[in-house]
Design a protein around this ligand. Structure first.
Ligand SMILES: [Zn+2]
Length: 272
C-alpha cells in the first residue's frame, strides 16, 4: 500500500511530467472505481492538468476545465491502486478506473488489481464529501506538526502504538510498512499502549517518525522515477524481514500476522 514517502515522490514525478498538459479524452474503463458522473467525466476533455499534491494517503490531481471550472481528482489507492504514465497504446492487464489521454504520447491511468481503491472527482470545495477527509489529522511530515503539538495530540489518542501511528485521525500518511520502521527506529514495541510510554519515548517516536519518512523520500526519489507504478520497499530495515537478524542488535526479528504483518525486534523493542 502506498504511504506518505511513496506518494510524495509520485506527486513530484507527476508534477514534473503532467503539469500543464491538456487532457484530450477522459474515460473510465472500470467505472465502479470512480465516484463521478458520465457528464463530469466527459467534461474533463480539454482540461489542463495542475500540480499534483499529496494529503494523507490521497493524491490530489487538479484539473482546470476549458470552461474555467476546477475539479480535483482525489485518489485513495488502498492496497494495489497505482497511477501509470504510459504510451497511449500500452496494454495494462488490470482494472483501469480512469484513463486520461494527455497531449504528447502519454496516458495517465489509474489501475487497481484489487479494486479496493477509490477515485473521486470533485470541486475543490467539496473534498469533505470524501469519507474520512474532514477527520484527517495533520500529515506526518507537516512542518506545523511540532514536537509540542505531537505530544498534545498523542494524549488524545489511546491504544497500542502501531494502530495509533496508522490512524489518520492522529497523523496522516503512515501505513503498515512505515509504522514498523518508525517503531523500530524509536525502540518502541508495536503492542505497547500509549498510556505506558513517557515524554522521552514520545519525543523519540516523533523524531523517528520524521527521520524515517524523510530518509525514505530521499531513497525513493532515486528509485521510483520514471516508473511511478512501481513500489520499492527493498531498503526498509525491518518490515517483512521476520527471521532475519535485527540490523541493530543481531537477534532474530519477529513477525506476526499475514498480509498485514507486523515485524519488530523483541530485544530492541521490549514489551515494557
Ligand atoms: Zn534488535
Amino acid at each position: 500500500m502506498p504511504e506518505l514517502p511513496d506518494l510524495t515522490v509520485v506527486a513530484e514525478e507527476l508534477i514534473r511530467r503532467t503539469a500543464g498538459r491538456t487532457v484530450r479524452e477522459a474515460t473510465a474503463p472500470t467505472p465502479i472505481l470512480l465516484r463521478s458522473t458520465p457528464e463530469e467525466l466527459a467534461a474533463l476533455a480539454g482540461s489542463t492538468v495542475g500540480e499534483t499534491r499529496r494529503r494523507g494517503k490521497f493524491l490530489l490531481i487538479p484539473l482546470v476545465r476549458s470552461d474555467g471550472e476546477q475539479r480535483i481528482l482525489a485518489a485513495n489507492a488502498m492496497l494495489a491502486g497505482r497511477f501509470w504514465l504510459v504510451p497511449h497504446a500500452t496494454r495494462v492487464r488490470a482494472r483501469t478506473g480512469l484513463r486520461l489521454r494527455l497531449d504528447g504520447d502519454k496516458d495517465l491511468r489509474y489501475v487497481d488489481r484489487e479494486m479496493l481503491g477509490k477515485l473521486y472527482l470533485l470541486g475543490p470545495d467539496r473534498l469533505d464529501e470524501i469519507p474520512g477527509w474532514s477527520e484527517m489529522g495533520p500529515d506526518a511530515d507537516d512542518p506545523e506538526l511540532t514536537p509540542e503539538r505531537f505530544h498534545e495530540r498523542i494524549r488524545r489518542h489511546p491504544g497500542e502504538l502501531k494502530p495509533l501511528l496508522r490512524n489518520s485521525r492522529f497523523v496522516a500518511g503512515i501505513g503498515n510498512a512505515y509504522s514498523d520502521e518508525i517503531l523500530w527506529a524509536a525502540r518502541l514495541a508495536p503492542f505497547r499502549r500509549r498510556s505506558t510510554i513517557g515524554a522521552e519515548d514520545i519525543d523519540r517516536l516523533y523524531h523517528a517518525m520524521r527521520s524515517v519518512l524523510a530518509d525514505a523520500v530521499e531513497r525513493l526519489r532515486v528509485l521510483i522515477p520514471p516508473n511511478i507504478e512501481t513500489q520499492h520497499r527493498e531498503f526498509l530495515k525491518v518490515h517483512l524481514r521476520g527471521g532475519e537478524p535485527c540490523p541493530r542488535c543481531g537477534r532474530e526479528l519477529r513477525q506476526i500476522g499475514g498480509r498485514e504483518a507486523t515485524t519488530f525486534c523483541r530485544t530492541c523493542q521490549p514489551p515494557l
